[in-house]
Structure formats: structure tokens, C-alpha cells
Design a protein around this ligand. Sequence first.
Ligand code: PHE
Length: 517
Amino acid sequence: MATPSNAPVATENRETWTSNTGFILAAVGSAVGLGNIWRFPGVAYESGGGAFMIPYLCALLTAGIPILFLDYAIGHRYRAAAPLAYRRIRKPAEALGWFQILLSFVIAVYYAAVIAWAMSYFVFAFDLSWGQDTLAFFVGDYLQVGDPEISTTIVPGIAIPLVITWVAVLIAIALGVAKGVEKVNVLFIPLLFVAFIGLVIRALTLPGALDGLTEFFTPDWAALGDLDVWIAAYSQIFFSLSIAFGIMVTYASFQRRKANMTSSGLVVAFANSSFELLAGIGVFATLGFMAHQQSTQVSELEGLTGPILSFVTFPAVINEMPGGTIFGVVFFASLIMAGFTSIISILLGVAASVGEKFGLGWRTSAVSVSAVCAVLSIGLFSTTSGLIALDTVDQFANNVGIVLSAIVMTVLLVWVYRRGELLRQHLNAVSTFKVGKWWIVLIGFVGPVFLVIMLVQKLVSLVSEGYEGYPGWYVGLFGWGTVVFVIVMAAILTAIPWKGRDQADFRPWPELEEEHR
Ligand code: PHE
């Protein structure tokens, strides 16, 4: 019997988010993460300050939002985690799904380490036990960083919070989409926004705050001519919005059939960028205070990017701030909440993909995937070479892997499988904010052209200059090795015959013209 084309297929027993708000909070939870708090302020500052807003907005409008919509359209129409969703479009495309999910998996493995550090620092903040020399404390006493080598010396101070992180992730995932992941987000996301706004207000009332903001927002127009700045803007948007990682495909697949997808997407993108900007303001106001205390300029300060910003510079500022303890506790609690709501999105994506492929129950796949991740993150990142490994893997996953993923995804869907129009109709059939043909132009032309230029430029610089002066074999193993690992594993997983349910009982809804092939 044919299903009337205006009614969703009733036989579906896929779990769903309990409401649109639940979905939006979860998607915001995935997007707002460590990337907003420690990645954005540093990247923006290094890449032209106020002028960075131009490439940033371009990246958001030409690639960020359009690819977010694309992720949503695929997941929502084909109702599965990334590998199966792509497989339902065309069988071989399953490999792209695995490529994306594996990249996310790699990120989860190191992302957990940063959450674990934040947990330790949350505890340290109560009595400022990091002492006066916060750099020596972080690198020496806490991480016990050694040379770029393969170290097997586990640092218990990292391993313990790491185990706690993974157990918490496992519990959230095992409880399921609505009872686990959605609940965590409904609780943490409002809390995170309130806590963070509190931090920003405190930061803005510190002496010197305005100097920090002036430094942050002073545009360096010359930066706009630098290709690297544009690359930085695009990778920031991808990482920050969690797009092209297969994660938003998976999240959208748990959305009810009748759901306003594009409007939700706009809310998520807006919330994410606002949070990012807020973080930039908070961080630079705080740095302004630090410069003020040391009677110097913000531009003279060191350690403004990456983990160093959160784990070395911030503790140093907290030491000097009246009421620093509360600020520190709230800051690290915010990092934990932001990070946790992002990492569970990744694990949900990985677990759902593995479960669907091998026909495993929800709990079984959650346990097995979390166990593998936990072992890998403890083995790789709680050792004395953890920080360097993390930096290298991050660089390759985010500047090479994800760009490649976005190129293959857009070219495959728009040009090879010609699904642009169908997916556009899908979005428009369910959403109130309609997407015009411009969307196909963006995902089919503008996006891929920019991305290919970026990728080539990045590859040339990595091949010719290496990375951060680390030894060649090390960059080969952890950097290029990550990319090769993801590609090879994607091929292997695709080659394994599909064991779960795949096409047989699946019918896309709403029925659209192009589907009758
Ligand atoms: N968007 C998250 C952040 O900004 C990171 C993330 C990447 C989450 C990829 C899911 C998938 O920190």
C-alpha cells in the first residue's frame, strides 16, 4: 500500500528528540564547545583582529550555513547516521560517511583529553594550586611534557579525569537520544550561557578591559590579502559548527519527520557565532586586565592561543584577579560543560553508525565505541607526549581532513549524484525558511572552489615546511598518519558487508518527484 505523500511513514521506530527545542539545544551543544572558547579568540586575534570578521562572516554565509543545511537535509531525509544515510543515496557513498565519522572519532579521542584537563583545573581553581608559574605548572608538573616521541609513561593526574570523562560520556549515550543526550543539553546549555555571560560581565568590569577589546577589534586590513587568514576562517567555521563531520547528519536523523529544519539551523548558527564572539570579548577583556596589571600592552603578552590560553594564561590572570577563585571555578566549569555537550554529539554519531552497520543494539554499540575511545585517549594523550600528539593530530584533522571531507561531500552530492535540487526541495517541504537556488550555487560552486584552494595551499605548506618544527617521522606518524588511517579505515569499513537493516524497509518522506528513478 502506498503511503499518502502528505503523511510521514508511521512504521518508523527510530528514537527522536522530544521537541524542536530539544533538537536545537542539542545541536547548539554540539556546536558550542572548546572550539568557541579557546580556538576562536586566538584564531581571530592572530588573523587580523576586527578585520577577521569579514572572512569569518563570508565563511559562515558561503559555507557554514549552507553546509549545515546540507548535513541536515541528508540526515533528515535519509534518517540514519552518516554511513547509512549516504548509503541510502548511493551504496559506495557509504565510504564518505565513514570518513566523516572516523574524523570525528579522532577528534573525540583528543577532545576528551582537554575536557579531562579542564576537570583537573576546575579542582585546582578552588585553591589556585597551580601556583605562580602557571606555564611551568601546566607543562611540567601537570602534563609532564617530554619530547615528541612515543611515550608509554601514563600520567595519573590526566588518566583519572579522562576515565571519569569517558564513563560520563558512556552514560549519556547509553541512556539514548532523548533521555541521555537531550537531557544533558537541556540542563547544560542554558547553564553554560548564564555562567559564561557572568564571566564576560566580570571580565568587562576589570581595569584594562577596554584596552583588551580595542586590541581584539582593531582591524588589520592587510590580513584580508593573506590566504592563510581565509583558511583559518573556514576551518574555524567547520570545526565550530560541527559540520561535514557526519555528526549533524546523525543529529538531524533523530529529528521528527515533520520538523522545521532550516529555521532551526539558522538559530543554531546564530547561537554558535554569538557565543564565539562573546568568548572573544570575554577573553580579550581578561587579557586587557592582565596587560594592565603588568603595565604592558596586550600585544606584548604571550600564550594567547590554544590550550595555553586556557590552561596557562587564564590561571595566571585568575591569580591576580580579585575574586579570582570564583572566576576560575566558573570558567573551568564552563569549559567542561561546553566540551562535554560537544563530545557526546561525536560519540552519539560514532555509536549510531557502528550500531546500524553491524546491527548491534544501542547499548552494545555505545559501550564498545566508548571503550575503544577511552583506551585510545588514555594510551595516546595521558602520556608525557600527549600535548604534542594532540597539537599535531588537531592540525591535520581540522585543516586537511575536514576540508577534504567537505569537498568530497559537496562535489559528490551536487555534481556526481545530482541531489542538490532534491535536497533543496526536501528542506523546503518541511521548513518555514525556504532555501532558494542560491543554496545549490553555494554548495556546488562557491564552497568547493574556496575549499580546494584552501586545501592545496595547506598541503603545499605542510609538505614543504613540515609542522611546528617537529621531527619528520613524528609529523608523518601522527599527522599524515591520521589522514591515512581515516581513509584506510573508511575503505575497510565500507568493504565489510552491511549487517544491520539498510535499504529494504526504508522509504524517504516526503515523496518528491526526483525520487521516482
Ligand atoms: N563544534 C565543537 C567545538 O566547537 C567541536 C566538534 C567538532 C564537535 C566536530 C562535533 C564534531 O568545540
